[in-house]
Design a protein around this ligand. Structure first.
Ligand code: AMP
Ligand code: ZN
Length: 111
């Protein structure tokens, strides 16, 4: 997808160290961390919104959620973390390439 910053990161056009990578996803650090540890799980294929879900995309999201718990120790999240998807304008989504936030490394404030 042209002009998508996360597609550019996935393609390696914008350098961002990959803390984890497999066939379907990468994990990077958020450039403006909102917690002591703040990671982003990016699917390698572009889709903008949860509302664009289809069967193939659902498999990728399933894979991401199945993988996150296997990365807890590697990412320093073994004491707990928050998983967030910001969806659309009211959800505060700023990058329209679906991504899952992982926040942790400290006790997070309540909503
Ligand atoms: P959202 O508001 O859910 O769309 O989240 C987008 C996130 O991407 C924000 O937390 C940004 O700080 C983060 N972000 C934007 N550009 C980059 C980048 N080049 N590398 C890492 N994180 C980024
Ligand atoms: Zn994209």
């Amino acid at each position: 997808m042209e002009n998508c910053i996360f597609c550019k990161i996935v393609a390696g056009e914008i350098p961002s160290p990959r803390l984890y990578e497999d066939e379907y996803m990468i994990v990077i650090r958020d450039i403006e961390p909102k917690a002591k540890l703040h990671y982003l799980c990016l699917p390698k294929t572009h889709f903008a919104l949860l509302s664009e879900m289809d069967a193939a995309r659902a498999e990728i999201v399933k894979h991401i959620f199945a993988t996150i718990p296997t990365l807890e120790e590697k990412l320093g999240l073994q004491d707990g973390y928050r998983v967030i998807i910001n969806q659309g304008e009211n959800g505060g989504q700023t990058v329209h390439h679906l991504h899952v936030h992982l926040l942790g490394g400290e006790k997070l404030s309540d909503f």
